[in-house]
Design a protein around this ligand. Structure first.
Ligand code: ATP
Ligand code: MG
Length: 403
């Protein structure tokens, strides 16, 4: 019955990258429409065409509007390749829009794209004919080429024509999985879920790594992180969460390291453990929610000392973002309300009175002299638990608008 066309961008991608992009995109779209077995997704002439069968178009559109890599989507009417058949659909489209109150000034224009050069009428001719038929068939409408209420778009293709009015924006970006897999250091805060979302937007498949310090932090703090992981899975299709039991590491740091450096050393331990997990899981980079200068541990000196323990690229999608902008994005993604729940995070449990904001590398290395770094790291990795989250069906995008 209904059809949708989906457009994708990144025209700069070439050759192998492009076909990989398209393959992954179609796969992800198929996964998004899995709740409706009758819905078919196929590729044709530079577009992706979705045949919704008997399923109403609107929930399918909503589900697809959450797929990264799509630039825009339009519900379309499919017509046979004759001016008459196209005209029937164009008239029906205008009638429907007028009935739904989408044409307050009752103005329209017709725009034809003729991809099929065999079609007997040239674009201007077809445009004129269709305009004439609409004027005759729908009472009270008139043409306004500059500022119409409704643009009747017609795409004449090889085996059929598409007629549509509405285009809704997609998320853009790249399809999740097209850029490889990364590890996201996911806290219960506002920033790291947003950072993970942005990595997904550029095509990374994300596995989350969370450091948990039970009983210093509660069971509920962990549930909060699981809720965040679930929301990210709703966007990305699937998400694995690695929960690292971090209590022993934190206790040992407190016992053996100078207090002003405990935060720095805790972060270095997180990086070491995350790096081992990344090696086991084939993750190509680590993502954090850091933003330059936001807190004491996010100075350039601090970041240098922390990332010195890993060879992996550290991606910081929020490095240049202001907190207000991160919060706005978190709201749109749907993580904000979860992130502001009060349960304490492992980093807030042992906060030194005077943390060093500009540590030096040798200083941090010296501070670790009495810490059994290797064994602590290995034990934490060994005890790490993994949980998998799948996208929930029928979840509405968190808020109106594109994040
Ligand atoms: P967030 O809002 O993401 O917690 P933040 O501004 O509170 O960030 P920090 O607490 O300094 O900043 O954390 C910096 C980054 O370190 C986080 O964005 C996250 O990527 C990582 N991180 C912090 N705590 C944890 C944790 N318990 N488990 C996993 N990663 C963490
Ligand atoms: Mg935090």
């Amino acid at each position: 019955m209904g059809h949708i066309i989906a457009r994708y961008g990144e025209i700069s991608l070439k050759g192998h990258n492009r076909s990989e992009f398209e393959k992954v995109l179609v796969q992800n779209m198929r996964r998004a429409v899995e709740p409706w077995p009758g819905v078919r997704v196929s590729r044709s002439q530079g577009r992706i065409v979705i045949d919704t069968g008997d399923v109403p178009t609107s929930p399918v559109l909503t589900a697809l509007s959450r797929v990264f890599g799509l630039v825009s989507l339009s519900p379309v009417r499919v017509a046979g390749l004759s001016a008459d058949a196209i005209g029937d659909e164009a008239v029906a489209l205008v009638r429907e829009a007028a009935d739904n109150g989408e044409m307050p000034n009752r103005t329209f224009k017709v725009e034809v794209r003729r991809a099929n050069k065999q079609f007997p009428l040239k674009s201007p001719e077809l445009t004129r004919q269709l305009g004439g038929r609409i004027l005759k068939s729908v009472p009270g409408v008139r043409v306004d080429v500059h500022n119409p209420d409704l643009t009747v778009n017609v795409e004449v293709r090889d085996i059929e024509a598409f007629v549509y009015g509405r285009t809704i924006p997609g998320l853009g970006g790249l399809p999740v999985g097209a850029s490889g897999r990364v590890g996201l250091l996911l806290s219960g805060g506002i920033d790291s879920p947003v950072a993970g979302w942005m990595a997904m937007k550029r095509g990374a498949e994300v596995e989350a790594i969370h450091f948990h310090s039970y009983p210093f932090t509660s069971e509920r703090a962990l549930q909060k992180v699981e809720s965040l992981a679930q929301v990210l899975a709703d966007w990305g299709g699937r998400l694995r969460l690695h929960v690292v039991h971090f209590t022993e590491v934190q206790t040992e740091i407190r016992k053996h390291c100078p207090e002003p450096l405990t935060v720095t050393i805790m972060r270095r331990m997180m990086m070491r453990i995350a790096t081992q997990i990344a090696r086991q899981r084939g993750l190509l980079a680590l993502v954090t929610g850091e933003s330059l200068g936001q807190v004491a541990s996010q100075t350039l000196e601090s970041m240098h000392v922390i990332e010195a323990v890993t060879q992996l690229p550290i991606l910081r999608p929020l490095i240049a973002e202001d907190k207000v902008d991160i919060i706005r994005r978190a709201r749109q993604i749907g993580t904000y309300d979860i992130s502001i729940l009060p349960y304490e995070d492992c980093c807030t449990v042992f906060v030194p009175k005077n943390p060093r904001t500009r540590p030096r590398l040798e200083e941090a290395e010296r501070a670790e002299e009495h810490l059994d770094v290797e064994n602590l790291t290995a034990r934490a990795v060994e005890r790490t638990e993994m949980k998998t989250f799948h996208a929930r069906r029928g979840v509405e995008p968190a808020a109106a608008g594109t994040p």
